[in-house]
Write a protein that binds this ligand. Structure first.
Ligand code: ZN
Ligand code: ZN
Length: 125
């Protein structure tokens, strides 16, 4: 528990911190989004609470995971099923090339006519 040695241990800690940064960043905006929005899937309108909350994820409207305005304007809460659907319907051909787990970070994929339609169907409460 003593951190007298600043060299290797410290460096290792930095590496770990950087590695965790992405995860923490994601957890961070999820937390924020969950505070901002009702815990309801934006597509199937199911409600989530308790353990089920794990199935509620944050979708980026412009598909840019680095675009995280604090007002939540780029976020949408979707359950994992609708979220998967949201991404696969526009990226089906891409999927074979990238394989599973390859989350498209390129914004160009988000600018499909379907994405625009999705926004139009969204009714303000
Ligand atoms: Zn859903
Ligand atoms: Zn998404």
């Amino acid at each position: 528990m003593s951190n007298k040695t600043m060299s290797d241990e410290e460096r290792q800690r930095l590496v770990n911190e950087m590695r965790n940064e992405e995860q923490q960043r994601q957890a961070g905006y999820r937390e924020q989004a969950l505070k901002l929005f009702p815990h309801v899937c934006g597509r199937c309108t199911r409600e989530f609470e308790g353990k089920k909350m794990r199935e509620l994820t944050v979708h980026h409207r412009d598909h840019n995971h680095d675009n995280n305005p604090p007002d939540g304007s780029n976020w949408e809460l979707l359950c994992i099923y609708c979220h998967d659907h949201e991404h696969t319907r526009g990226v089906q051909e891409q999927r074979d090339a990238e394989g599973p787990g390859g989350h498209p970070g390129r914004p160009s994929l988000g600018h499909s006519p379907f994405a625009a339609l999705g926004d139009r169907f969204k009714k303000p409460k």
